[in-house]
Ligand binder design. Sequence first.
Ligand SMILES: Nc1ncnc2c1ncn2[C@@H]1O[C@H](COP(=O)(O)OP(=O)(O)OP(=O)(O)O)[C@@H](O)[C@H]1O
Ligand SMILES: [Mg+2]
Length: 152
Amino acid sequence: MEIRLESLEDTERFGVKLGQVLKSGDVVCLNGELGAGKTTLTKSIGIGLGVNDYITSPTFTLINEYSGRLPVYHFDVYRLENVEDLYDLGFDEYFYGKGVSIVEWAEKIEGLLPEHRLVLDIEKGNDIDKRVIKIKAYGNRYIEMLKELGEN
Ligand SMILES: Nc1ncnc2c1ncn2[C@@H]1O[C@H](COP(=O)(O)OP(=O)(O)OP(=O)(O)O)[C@@H](O)[C@H]1O
Ligand SMILES: [Mg+2]
């Protein structure tokens, strides 16, 4: 599935909508170059999940935890050099835990990701405010989620 976002506001609307349909245990992977909009989208997903705190990029901490209607685990593995660091953090307890995991630069840890997940590739075009998001659903839960998103 492919979604065209014409503006920052479109991205924010899409993120809130996605946040509203997320459930306990869901994993959302975000890929796309620097400045594509992964953190921007995460902030809006957080709003849709009822997070009141201001979400900032966990570039140096690898993970930040928030609470909304579900716990939210925000990963950014851009600066990850050694996967051991993720094991030390107990990353699989997040991925397979009760909250929602959102992972920036997920493609860098492809082999560690749960088999079932939603993968969003954000592409920047020539126009500074436009984005195209390519969405792939791995597993029935996410196929259903995309149907639900498409219906709203
Ligand atoms: N339609 C849009 N969707 C998302 N971001 C947009 C859009 N239009 C403009 N922007 C701007 O693009 C920038 C995206 O930055 P952001 O930090 O979210 O990217 P990122 O993918 O997280 O980058 P990084 O890889 O450095 O973490 C922000 O300044 C945002 O305001
Ligand atoms: Mg970011």
